[in-house]
Design a protein. Sequence first.
Lengths: 404, 129
Amino acid sequence: MLLVRGALLLAALLAVRVVVAGTLLDFSAQERRQIASFGPWPPQAQRDPSNRLSGNAAAVALGTRLFFDARLSPSGQIACVSCHQPNHGWADARQRARGLADLPRNTPALANLQLQRWFGWGGGADSLWMASLRPLLDPREFASSAAAIAGMYQRDPDLACLYRRAFGQGPAEGTDHETVLVNTAKALAAFQETLATGRAPFDEFRDAIARGDDAAAARYPRAAQQGLRLFIGRGNCIACHNGANFSNGEFSDVGVPYFIAPGKVDAGRHDDLQRLRASPYNLLGEHSDDAGRSSATATRHAVLEPRHWGEFRVPSLRNVAVSEPYMHNGSVPTLRDVVLHYSTLDESRIHASSQPLLRALRLSPEETDALVAFLETLTDAHGADRPRPPLPAACDPAGAAQER
Amino acid sequence: MTARLAALAAALLLPPSAIACEPPLRGEGVQKIEGQAHVVAWRAPTPLPLASFFSLEFAACARDGSRVEAPRIDATMPEHGHGMNYRPTIEALGNGRFRASGLLLHMPGRWQLSFTVGDETLRAALTVD
């Protein structure tokens, strides 16, 4: 009797183990290599050579203060945090951004920015500090100016003190307004570099696959495994969403309409690359701190071709489940809708000379569910509710002076 | 003297592709493409990086013994009908050797690398995982 009970108990435990542990799909060697290529996560932090304040704690403190400060707009109405809100994954959950006026594109979430080569949906900036500077001057966003930014420091000794601590020289000490503007953008960039997503359930699975621990890998939900197999297989999502950040950092036309108003289009990469080249703030310009211009490789070599018309930056999929709405114009409300977009893609909408690798996937409802399940596992524990950084304490002028 | 003249006459009668030239690049990982009028030897990083910039060293020689000048390099994905988003620059290292910088293959799959030397384009297949 005891033996029977013991056997039943063992059978029950094994059954539970099966439920807990799950099963691992028969991933091929090629699939395993592809899975491993999505990591490791987090990647090693890298400083931006074009920003001498990259990774500098004093600059991060100044940048944090500035990010939440609506005085960056002369009207006092707009701060960076107005659109990049920590409780919305450093975005705004709106279809399209709104500064002082409505804008045609969706607000991108701020995370893992050190891994990006281009910034903005059309790659109109080639550095994070340039991307931080551009909206300050845009009349639709902050509508500010170099003089207005410099004036903000003059009226706030504490802010000027933080600036002095970061740059070793006060904003009014033999510095022209243009330099103060660029330095302000570099401090904002130093802060934004600290915004990162943590490890997600997928990363545990990926690491288990990479070290050959199939028992640990089997804990990853089966639906997510099936979705992943579609992602790297028939769906060929990996063609653009590759690497640890799930983005090749380039641009693509995925059949999202470019019209922003009757008779008005957003040409995406095609126009933004031209704006970038014309800007004095690009990485080939005098404001880069990278004397050798090694960080300007992309800017120096980028080509402008007709196929770039209507292309937009391939976004990272890290935390994608909490960054709705989707696409450059925020026209796709949910993650499931994104998958359905690729499933029922209108191929005639894709620019004729663009990548014909995009085909309607024609997914079954089960496959759609599986792809969504996989994408959801790319979300870290914080999800959309990002930790809000503490604002820096009041600056001690004596300390800042000593640091000089 | 007669033998030399005979050799010269034979060389003149041979098709250009039969006249050997050796690009000055050797060693591990070097691959060679034999064209009608030129030969290119090249060496790419192993493995080829996906969606990251890399440089590539190559050398070229002309079968007629002429000097190779201003070669060009490009890469395309024939299956998808697109090329790179970047135009590489080429630095002459002397003696027929060159370094191409600013290459970035932004998608995994089969790429075609092409070297244009004079009027001739020589192609090689690349695979990026």
